[in-house]
Design a protein around this ligand. Structure first.
Ligand SMILES: *[C@@H]1O[C@H](CO)[C@@H](O)[C@H](O)[C@H]1NC(C)=O
Length: 365
């Protein structure tokens, strides 16, 4: 009798030990990922020990039923609870091991703001067909965006801002039909915005500033139904501003500053009801400012400085409901500054360096 009990006990222990290991292939993949990264300050990877990578491995989560790894979420900035508490900011070096591509249940990969992760985005990452969030912001990652990134059919968030990514936006990019949030800011991405960019019909934020993009703004961008925030600032984009951008229904922020944009200001853009932040500073925009402002015009920021605008400041601007920050400086405007509510709080710098503007807050005519 006693022998039987002991046997049962040993059997049970054996079963529970097997349960306490995560998928062996996931475990091997994570061990390879750990081996190629170094984070010594906080010691996060000290928690990546033992055989059950689903329990107490910092930043790792598994699916409750399949016990396959679904999330890797490691942030080096204070958004992370551990860092927020210590008031510190983390540092990690090394690179992303290609073995990460063996985590075929992965839906979220966040290795954000570690400042020192180098190497390339593994090409094989595009085989992770469940991936929804890829966030590698704030590192030193170089190389190109994987050519077949468009295979990531589930991808909702792609954030690789503040790295050293080079090359062009691959053609397959336009197949990311579910993409909602895109941030490629502050890299070294060159080439044109791909024709067909407007196929990204779910996209609400497209942040591409501070790169080396050339070519013109595809007119079809104006057909993107959910695009609320478009930032193409500080590139080398040329050509005109498509009239259709001004007809977009949900666009609220448009930053095209510091490019090589020419042509005139579309009337639709300045009369758009939802657009609250418009920065067209430091381009070569010419012609008059269209006289199309109205009682619903509500601009938190309207920056048209450093262009070649001429003629008067349109009188309709004084009928706007609100103009928080206005910058018309460094143009060739001439004539009386309109009077009215939106102008009361503005100082002379908003109008400086024009040809012959006069009236409050500048000198009288
Ligand atoms: C507009 O862009 C310019 C140049 O990139 C920048 O200096 C300026 O601060 C921006 N204006 C606003 C209101 O953000």
């Amino acid at each position: 009798m006693r022998v039987v009990l002991i046997t049962v006990a040993i059997f049970c222990a054996a079963v529970s030990t097997t349960v306490e290991s995560c998928s062996p292939s996931d475990l091997a993949a994570l061990e390879a990922v750990k081996a190629s990264l170094t984070e010594s300050h906080l010691g996060l990877f000290n928690t990546w020990t033992g055989t059950d990578c689903c329990v107490n491995w910092y930043g790792v989560s598994c699916h409750p039923e399949t016990r396959r790894i679904v999330d890797i979420n490691l942030r080096g900035e204070s958004e992370d609870p551990i860092l927020a508490k210590s008031g510190q900011s983390g540092f990690m070096s090394g690179s992303i091991a290609p073995e990460i591509c063996n985590l075929d249940g992965l839906t979220t990969l966040v290795l954000a703001d570690w400042k020192g992760i180098t190497g390339e985005i593994p090409q094989c990452l595009t085989s992770l067909s469940s991936l929804r969030v890829l966030d590698l912001i704030g590192n030193q990652i170089s190389g190109a965006i994987p050519a077949d990134i468009g295979n990531l059919k589930m991808l909702r968030v792609l954030n690789i801002a503040d790295n050293k990514i080079t090359g062009e936006i691959p053609a397959s990019f336009v197949n990311l039909a579910g993409l909602m949030h895109l941030d490629l800011s502050n890299n070294k991405i060159s080439g044109k915005i791909p024709a067909g960019f407007s196929k990204l019909g779910m996209l609400s934020r497209a942040l591409l500033s501070r790169n080396q993009l050339t070519g013109s703004i595809p007119e079809s961008i104006g057909n993107m139904p959910r695009l609320a925030d478009l930032d193409l600032s500080r590139n080398q984009i040329s050509g005109g501003i498509p009239d259709r951008l001004g007809k977009m229904k949900v666009l609220s922020t448009l930053n095209l500053d510091s490019n090589l944009i020419s042509g005139e200001l579309p009337r639709s853009l300045l009369s758009n009801r939802g657009l609250g932040i418009l920065n067209l500073s430091r381009n070569s925009i010419e012609g008059n400012i269209p006289d199309v402002f109205h009682a619903d015009s509500y601009f938190m920021a309207l920056d048209l400085s450093y262009n070649n605008l001429k003629g008067p400041i349109p009188g309709s601007l004084s009928s706007a409901k609100y103009i928080g920050h206005l910058d018309l400086s460094h143009n060739h405007l001439c004539g009386n500054i309109p009077v009215g509510n939106p102008f009361d709080h503005l100082d002379a710098s908003s109008f400086a360096n024009n040809d012959c503007l006069c009236g409050n807050p500048l000198k009288t005519c």
